[in-house]
Design a protein around this ligand. Structure first.
Ligand SMILES: Nc1ncnc2c1ncn2[C@@H]1O[C@H](COP(=O)(O)OP(=O)(O)OP(=O)(O)O)[C@@H](O)[C@H]1O
Length: 585
């Protein structure tokens, strides 16, 4: 129970002083919380002794009212100190984890981990944020009340106090057991919750495939299974608590019964007065009630601990650029020296060597799966090479932070991802400081200003997550506008393979021409014109660099490139003749 408080204080960092202050105020408030009961005790003594005067009544009333007012003020202070702080701590943690995530190796973002990441960021942090401050307050209150009550009972009658102390200690021991079981159950529940999130994510993301292949039954079954497992675990968790809570309540029942019995016997024997007996009854319940509340909250507290465990495990993943330095580049050539790379066990690139001069255009060509995208990903250090060196501007990318490297690189992918935000902000991701006018200039260069202006809300149009409300060509041009706005000296471009209509293709080509002026350009090339006009062509086959040179040089010799070029020409003429026959028919 105190562990969760300790953990939150550690997490709070510079906010921990505010939380400690809130706990101190809670402590004072708990003392004032007992004042009315002491006044009741005092009144009863005065009544029995027949010494109660009107002045006493005024005194007692004003003390009770003052203590209630003080409590209200203290509660307000606690609330101000705690609630805002809780939101601030977790807002900061969310930003921190967001920053770390972008520095994790891409290999971490596999399907299994995606469910975990989503569960931590959406449900775990929210859960702790919503409940932890309230729990801290209640824990402080329960222990302070118990301590004051036990001390007061010692003052009244040491025998009764001893019974209450023993019961209190036994119940506390029972409570620890409840918490221990809760922690174990909490972990199981967490991992099942991740499985649910993973299953739902997979189901929703793959909906178009599921529908087209008519897999709705099969896939819905796996989601249902995950939900059922979660339900079973949650029920099992509740069931495991029942006997423990019963034992805990039993201790208190026995304790209360024996204290009452003992008090009754003492009154009978004349060693305890009636008002003292009555006040003992009140105070014994004041020990019991807050602890009973804590026992019912034990599942919640342990769940919070399990949430924090999972959050901290996510924070502990090694970041890829731990040893990287934040350096500014002043040269932008790219070099691969003897690079070999594998995705875990799957070797993809073998002993690759090439140089890409600054402000030149290099085309990567090769069959599907030959390693073109992997080369682009290694330049951007989405992964680290196992052998050799990737240098950008003469510096090994492993010596740079991801931020300082990526500041110099714009990537335009085939599969453009747009965020659920306005078009303006989607372009502005390229340069968050850009003004609206600058965004519009970039959009004009990327040939997307016209279609954006024709939308009812223009640049304020909110794009659906992933950009599903826009056509492929439109999305690609928005992503080019982003890259133009970023104005990075190195461009990694994956040319679209999917056929777009000629009008769109013309616009995309014009947009790319604007983007790549005076840049170091590496393009995963599919268009014959791009390949032909490149300063350098790197031909890949099964992860090996088999040819290197410009179009004329490669065509002059015999080799894969010549075959490849021939095949592409044939494919193009086949496409053209097919298009012509479609027009004729
Ligand atoms: N994240 C990944 N994890 C494991 N293997 C991967 C991963 N990404 C790619 N691969 C594998 O690495 C090999 C090279 O893939 P890569 O995407 O670099 O090829 P490519 O030449 O760009 O192909 P395409 O033209 O089809 O995009 C392929 O066998 C692919 O299956």
């Amino acid at each position: 129970m105190f562990k969760i408080i300790k953990r939150v204080l550690k997490l709070a960092g510079n906010f921990s002083r505010r939380l400690k202050l809130a706990m101190l105020v809670s402590f004072v408030e708990a003392i004032f919380n007992n004042t009315p009961f002491f006044m009741v005790f005092y009144t009863m003594i005065e009544i029995i002794e027949g010494t109660l005067t009107i002045n006493d009544i005024w005194f007692i009333t004003s003390v009770i009212i003052s203590s209630l007012l003080i409590q209200i003020i203290l509660k307000r202070i606690i609330y101000t100190l705690q609630s805002g702080t809780g939101f601030e701590i977790f807002a900061r943690e969310r930003i921190k984890i967001g920053d770390r995530l972008k520095r994790y190796p891409m290999g971490y973002f596999n399907e299994g981990n995606l469910g975990n990441i989503s569960a931590v960021i959406t449900s775990d942090i929210n859960f702790v944020e919503m409940h932890v401050m309230n729990i801290i307050d209640k824990v402080v209150m329960a222990y302070v009340n118990a301590a004051i009550s036990v001390l007061f009972l010692f003052y009244l009658d040491y025998r009764l106090a001893l019974i209450s102390t023993i019961v209190f200690l036994l119940a506390n021991f029972s409570l620890r057991k409840i918490f221990k079981v809760g922690k174990k159950q909490g972990r199981t529940r967490q991992s099942t919750q991740s499985e649910v999130v993973t299953a739902v994510l997979e189901y929703v993301r793959g909906m178009s495939v599921i529908k087209s292949l008519n897999l709705t039954g099969d896939k819905a079954r796996s989601v249902k299974k995950a939900f059922q497992k979660f339900r079973d675990i949650s029920i099992a968790m509740e069931r495991a608590f029942v006997p423990l809570i019963f034992r805990f309540e039993l201790w208190f029942a026995v304790g209360i019964a024996s204290t009452i019995l003992m008090a009754g016997i003492s009154v009978n024997q004349g060693s305890l007065s009636l008002p003292v007996m009555l006040i003992v009854f009140i105070f014994i319940f004041r020990i019991y009630v807050p602890f009973q509340f804590l026992s019912t909250q034990s599942a919640e507290i342990r769940l919070m601990e399990a949430c924090l465990d999972r959050y901290q495990a996510l924070k502990k993943i090694d970041i890829i650029d731990e040893d990287g330095k934040d350096k500014s580049l002043n040269k932008y050539e790219i070099e691969f020296s003897d690079v070999s790379f594998a995705y875990e066990q799957h070797a993809v690139l073998k002993n690759i060597n090439f140089k890409i001069p600054e402000k030149s255009m290099t085309a990567l060509v090769g069959a599907s799966g030959s390693g073109k995208t992997t080369i682009a990903n290694l330049i951007a250090r989405f992964w680290d090479v196992q052998q050799g060196q990737v240098k950008v501007g003469g510096i090994d990318v492993k010596k740079l932070t991801c931020d300082s490297l990526l500041r110099n690189i714009s990537m335009v992918f085939q599969n453009v991802y747009l965020f659920n935000d306005t078009i303006l902000n989607n372009i502005r991701f390229g340069n968050p400081q850009a003004t609206e006018a600058e965004v519009i200039v970039a959009a004009k260069k990327a040939r997307c200003h016209r279609f954006i202006s024709e939308l009812e809300a223009g640049y304020q149009t909110v794009v659906e997550e992933g950009g599903s409300s826009l056509s492929g060509g439109e999305k690609q041009r928005i992503s080019i506008a982003r890259a133009i706005l970023k104005d990075a000296p190195i461009i990694l471009l994956d040319e679209a393979t999917a056929s777009v209509d000629p009008e769109n293709e013309k616009h995309i080509q014009q947009a790319i021409n604007e983007l790549v002026k005076d840049k170091t350009l590496v393009v995963i090339a599919h268009r014959l014109s791009t390949i032909k006009n490149s300063d350098q062509i790197l031909v890949l086959e099964s992860g090996k660099l088999i040819q290197q040179g410009n179009h004329q040089q490669l065509l002059a010799g015999d080799g894969k490139y010549k075959d490849f070029w021939q095949q592409r020409l044939e494919a193009k003429s086949w496409q053209i003749s097919r298009a012509e026959s479609t027009v004729k028919s």
